[in-house]
Design a protein around this ligand. Structure first.
Ligand SMILES: Cc1cc2nc3c(=O)[nH]c(=O)nc-3n(C[C@H](O)[C@H](O)[C@H](O)COP(=O)(O)OP(=O)(O)OC[C@H]3O[C@@H](n4cnc5c(N)ncnc54)[C@H](O)[C@@H]3O)c2cc1C
Length: 296
């Protein structure tokens, strides 16, 4: 562990570099709300410069060994360390093959410079309603391993987010790893991000779809909407309409309409609530049609 002075323009802080998760947990427990984990820093540093956050202690976990590992097993699925960067995810052959929507989300995030630093753990723990990787992770039934003073617990990402910037992560817990089940045969995954610009833009609406189709029938469906509620949300009405039924144009239209009903968008600087709701319909339909096409 080392300590150094802060940076100009920011409140001074103590800088720590734990080399194990246990040590990071110990520091978090000691510092309480005055300590902050630092992974890639692409959210935290911006917030510190803008004085949105003013931690007394910054705990850089980049030197914790093992948190940047990515491993895939045909049966167990993907294990992805919290420090795996967006650039690694977007370029990983196994992620591109088995978790295509997650690879697309990573590829659409910020610029290549940002993606070289930004971590999956940071994107999830920041819990922005418009964060790109959250819809595909929830659509893929991902869970997060959280380590605290009492040991580890596994939390489904569907239950992880409680509001904008808020999660069930305890103040003395570190998110160490994601586990994502292996997709069964006949599965297709699509993520569509909609923004005003093509690059360096946060999502106005994001839609992730994971479907498994066998004999022309939906056997498994998850549709997750981003940026249209305080947290990413599943559209249970749309999923319920599709499950167990044969794919048809009318059914896809009905599912897109149901997704619009489930969205709870707000009006802000990026778009009006009405526009966002309309785009949920357009993108849900498009994502479903893409996914159906990909399973053929
Ligand atoms: C120019 C720019 C463009 C961007 N574009 C996008 C975009 O298009 N889409 C998008 O979704 N995001 C975007 N972002 C936001 C950001 O890059 C991502 O959210 C990124 O994934 C955050 O990861 P990080 O490792 O940098 O997190 P950090 O900034 O290090 O941390 C973010 C938060 O998570 C906590 N944290 C991080 N890791 C852990 C952990 N393992 N355990 C517990 N807590 C942890 C930190 O304490 C902090 O509160 C952009 C940012 C910038 C600066």
């Amino acid at each position: 562990m080392t300590a150094s002075a802060g940076v100009t323009n920011m409140k001074r802080f103590e800088y720590c570099e734990p080399s194990t998760v246990d040590e990071a947990v110990l520091l978090l427990s000691r510092f309480g709300s005055k300590g902050n984990i630092f992974a890639g820093g692409t959210d935290l540093l911006v917030e510190m410069r803008e004085h949105i956050r003013r931690p007394d202690h910054v705990i850089n976990i980049k030197k914790v060994r093992g948190l940047d590992q990515l491993a895939f097993d045909e049966r167990a699925g993907l294990r992805c360390g919290a420090l795996v960067t967006m650039r690694t995810i977007e370029t990983s052959p196994v992620v591109r093959e088995h978790y295509r929507s997650l690879a697309s989300a990573a590829q659409e995030l910020g610029s290549v410079q940002v993606r070289n630093r930004a971590t999956l753990g940071g994107n999830v723990c920041r819990a922005s309603p418009s964060a790109d990787t959250l819809p595909p992770l929830i659509a893929d039934q991902a869970s997060a391993v959280l380590q605290g003073p009492e040991g580890t617990r596994l939390v489904a990402l569907e239950d992880f987010f409680t509001g904008p910037g808020r999660t069930v992560l305890g103040g003395n817990e570190v998110l160490t790893e994601f586990r994502i089940p292996a997709p069964p045969p006949g599965t297709a995954k699509v993520y569509i991000k909609h923004g005003r610009r093509k690059a360096m833009e946060l999502a106005t609406v994001g839609v992730a779809v994971t479907v498994t189709i066998a004999d022309g029938t939906f056997r498994h469906v998850r549709i997750v909407l981003g940026a249209v509620a305080p947290t990413p949300i599943r559209t249970h009405r749309a999923e319920g309409l599709l499950l167990g039924r044969a794919a048809s144009r009318d059914l896809i239209d009905a599912a897109a309409a149901a997704a619009m009903d489930d969205a709870r968008p707000i009006t802000d600087v990026r778009a009006s609530a009405d526009y966002r709701r309309a785009m949920v319909g357009v993108l849900t339909k498009r994502a479903l049609l893409d996914a159906i096409g990909a399973t053929r």
